[in-house]
Design a binder for this molecule. Structure first.
Ligand code: DGI
Ligand code: FE
Ligand code: FE
Ligand code: FE
Length: 187
């Protein structure tokens, strides 16, 4: 499938507002790949597909998690986490995406994980700081991202963890592992 067709297929999964976000993440991820020596083609592809199932009905995602052997503990955490794992499964199944690095970057773009690859970091950070994003601390993240991939991403996870604490929500263990791991990198 060529780039245009894959873009059309992705656009058709979501409302216009979400598609704008995806295009922002694509541009930002490619920019970050150039800045930090990442693979810009993989960054483009992973960013395009990162929110593929974000707008899908919860029941449709739950069914895939249960029936396709995705981590069952996802079901005990915020539903916001589901689309990342489900998305990786769907783009492999529906579009034959078989680049494991790209699939991992999609799969871990929300939670992060221990030992994030450069591509994981680029996609996750681009998701935090694309031009359409607006939340407390986003400008600080953009500033840090001028020079340091890890410091910027750490600031992103810190803001998410604070938000989850404030809302009294559970924190997915991979997010804590990702955050602790990044902290070792920046010290
Ligand atoms: O899909 P997007 O909205 O573009 O962004 P995302 O995939 O990074 O989802 C972020 C949301 O997930 C954010 O509102 C916080 C929520 N969330 C819920 N539980 C967790 C979590 N995010 C992380 N990193 N870890 C969690 O445990
Ligand atoms: Fe997402
Ligand atoms: Fe994210
Ligand atoms: Fe996103």
């Amino acid at each position: 499938m060529n780039r245009e067709a894959l873009m059309e297929a992705t656009k058709s999964q979501m409302p216009e507002r979400r598609w704008k976000h995806v295009l922002g993440v694509v541009d930002t991820a490619v920019e970050l790949a150039d800045r930090f020596g990442g693979d810009r083609d993989k960054a483009w592809l992973a960013a395009l597909l990162h929110d593929y199932t974000k707008a899908w009905p919860i029941e449709r995602m739950e069914k895939i998690i249960r029936e396709q052997g995705l981590p069952p503990e996802l079901l005990e955490h915020d539903k916001e986490l589901w689309h990342a794992h489900v998305g990786a499964w769907v783009v492999r199944t529906e579009h034959g995406i078989d680049d494991e690095e790209v699939l991992d970057a999609i799969r871990y773009h929300t939670s992060g994980r221990e030992g994030m690859t450069k591509l994981d970091k680029i996609v996750c950070l681009a998701d935090y700081m694309e031009p359409g994003r607006d939340f407390p601390g986003v400008n600080k993240i953009r500033e840090l991202a001028q020079h340091n991939l890890e410091e910027a991403l750490l600031a992103g996870f810190d803001s998410t963890i604070r938000l989850l604490l404030d809302k009294g929500k559970r924190i997915f263990p991979l997010t804590m592992l990702a955050r602790n791991d990044l902290l070792l990198d920046v010290e």
